[in-house]
Design a protein around this ligand. Structure first.
Ligand SMILES: O=C(O)CCC(=O)C(=O)O
Ligand SMILES: [Fe+2]
Length: 309
């Protein structure tokens, strides 16, 4: 049963033809709201499974980066639309995506946010200490832009079904809001409390969910335990750009092989932390495996794996 300031989705978003049974929200109490208070963020993550960090970056920066991203997507689309749409997780052709492999190469902002202290500290708190204190890694990275008419994404977890939920969070997730996220433009839908579910996610039910509404400059925070999905954009004129980053422990295989996809020039002078989280260490779980055949420019970027923070 939805309570507090919960907004139900199922009555308005689901197509009339969708006959799947509805799984109602079973979450009590107020929903997370944008906050700058770290203790509130921790409490929301614990209670609801997600939190909304407010004013992490300026609205001017958000505007600049959403314009930059739009121009980059236009540029790709002019070459081949398939580069920026029809990602296999999406239900329609209207939203646009750009891989983090490209983002990293194209603007310092998209490198800087990866090593921002907010996601790093939350990741340390949630994923906990690592063997030999080796660095967490950027597991997945990309931009998702909803556009008028784009459909809701199926509610899901950002997690392999092979990892039992009882194993706890394997990934921290952060959505950097470059636009205001409102229900109308497809704010990410969350199923509060689902981080405590013990049953796997199912495609045969409709999960009741709520929109995580947040002003541009906010960061939505959740883990791979939480059920969520991109909202439907039911507006006629609003786009919604979000940049999604996931971090994992050093023994998981990241979705992007950054040392193979990143222009070494953009990492000249970069911090040890950024190189560590992008996977520029030839040591893993204590074993040195020399990158014998990597180009010299890539070898020059290699750093030790231990976190200094
Ligand atoms: O863009 C969003 O609101 C969420 C996207 C998402 O959940 C995903 O791609 O896994
Ligand atoms: Fe997701």
């Amino acid at each position: 049963m939805a309570v507090g300031n919960a907004k139900k989705q199922v009555t308005r978003d689901m197509s009339a033809g969708d006959k799947r049974p509805v799984k109602p929200l079973e979450f009590d109490g107020p929903l997370p709201r944008p906050t700058r208070d770290m203790n509130q963020i921790r409490a929301d993550l614990d209670r609801a499974g997600y939190a909304i960090a407010a004013e992490v970056f300026s609205t001017a920066k958000a505007q600049e980066m959403r314009n930059f991203l739009a121009a980059e997507i236009d540029r790709e689309e002019a070459i081949d639309e398939e580069r920026v749409r029809r990602f296999y997780t999406d239900n329609d052709d209207l939203n646009r995506r750009m891989s983090g492999a490209q983002l990293v190469n194209r603007h310092p902002f998209f490198r800087d946010i990866l090593e921002h202290e907010l996601p790093l500290h939350i990741t340390r708190e949630i994923l906990g200490p690592q063997t030999l204190d080796e660095s967490y890694l950027v597991h997945s990275y990309g931009a998702n832009v909803t556009r008028p008419g784009s459909a809701q994404q199926g509610i899901h977890r950002d997690r392999s079904g092979a990892i039992p939920l009882s194993a706890g969070a394997a990934q921290t997730r952060f959505i950097w809001c470059l636009d205001d996220f409102v229900e109308e433009n497809g704010a990410t839908r969350m199923v509060p409390g689902s981080h405590r579910d013990i049953e796997p996610q199912s495609w045969t039910v409709q999960y009741e969910s709520v929109p995580a509404e947040a002003p541009a400059g906010s960061v939505l925070i959740y883990t791979d335990l939480l059920l969520h999905g991109t909202g439907a954009n039911v507006s006629t004129d609003l786009e919604r750009a979000g940049v999604i980053v996931g971090y994992c422990p050093p023994w998981w295989k990241p979705m992007i092989n950054f040392p193979m996809t990143t222009d070494p020039d953009v990492l000249k002078g970069s911090s040890r932390i950024l190189r560590q989280i992008l996977g520029y260490s030839s040591v893993a779980v204590g074993f040195e495996e020399p990158w014998t055949y990597a180009p010299k420019a890539v070898q020059d970027l290699i750093v030790p794996p231990e976190m200094e923070w």
